[in-house]
Each structure stands twice: as C-alpha cells, then as structure tokens.
Ligand binder design. Structure first.
Ligand code: HEC
Length: 119
C-alpha cells in the first residue's frame, strides 16, 4: 500500500515536470513584471497592439522601443527571439504586421534624429 502511494506521488511529480518544462524553457528577463505598460504608451501605428502583445511575454516593450532598426534587422531580431529565447515562431501575415509596425515606429536612429545643419 505504502509502496503504491509512493509510486503515485512519483508519477504525479513527473507529470508536473513534463508540464512545467516547456514554460521554463522560455527566457524571461530577470525582474520583469508583465502588466506595467500599455500599448498606448508607444507610437501609434497599424499593428501596434499585435506587436505589443506578441513581445511582452518576457520583457518590457521599452527595451524594444529603445532600438532603431531597419526592417531586415527587425526581422533578424524576431528570429533571434525564437532561436535564442524560445519565443513561439511568428510567421506569415502576423509577422508582416509586426515587422511593418516595428520598422515604421522604430526606424534606424539617424533617420529621425540629428540632421547636419551645414548640408
Ligand atoms: C520568449 C521570451 C521573449 C519574447 C516573447 C520576446 N523576447 Fe526579446 N528578448 C528576450 C530576452 C531574454 C532578451 C534579453 C537577452 C538578450 O539581450 O538577448 C531579449 C532582448 C530583446 C531585445 C534587446 C536586444 C539587445 O541587443 O539589447 C530586443 C530588441 C528584443 N528582445 C525584441 C523583441 C521583439 C521585437 C519581440 C516580439 C516580436 C520580443 N523581443 C519577444 C526574450 C524574449
């Protein structure tokens, strides 16, 4: 009897691990508390909500907004999130929407920043 309940406990533990493993594989930035930001905190644009909710599982959106990248570089970044941090792959139409928002709202810095006054 005792033996059987031990076995049961062991298999319950195994089941818990099997369930927890895919969650634990996602890399969350330490100290991050989801829910601190809202999509409205960031530049308006088509696809803002989709992008916001796709990206805030593991870190602040501020981390993203601080970058200024070309569409190709954003594409590489999204791929990197999947390869290195186990983000579920984003593909097809959803990826298009997200890349368009990212490259429009956060383009390479020199395009929106300082302009040479002597030109
Ligand atoms: C599964 C978790 C996860 C998701 C979802 C995720 N990221 Fe990340 N991301 C990370 C981790 C962890 C880091 C910090 C470690 C690092 O710098 O590579 C990071 C860092 C970053 C950085 C900073 C890189 C740098 O060089 O400082 C950018 C930009 C970024 N993510 C963009 C995105 C975008 C855009 C999305 C949504 C399409 C996204 N992330 C979704 C895990 C994730």
């Amino acid at each position: 009897m005792l033996r059987q309940s031990k076995l049961l406990a062991a298999s319950a533990l195994l089941a818990a691990f099997a369930f927890a493993a895919p969650l634990a594989a996602q890399t969350t930035v330490p100290g991050y508390t989801p829910g601190e930001e809202r999509p409205e905190d960031f530049p308006e644009g088509q696809g803002r909500d989709e992008t916001f909710y796709a990206c805030i599982a593991c870190h602040n959106f501020k981390l993203i907004a601080a970058q200024g990248l070309t569409r190709n570089a954003w594409d590489d970044t999204v791929t990197l999130m999947t390869q290195r941090h186990n983000m579920p792959a984003i593909e097809g139409a959803e990826r298009e929407v997200i890349l368009t928002y990212l490259s429009t709202a956060f383009p390479p810095k020199q395009q929106r920043g300082w302009k040479n006054p002597f030109n």
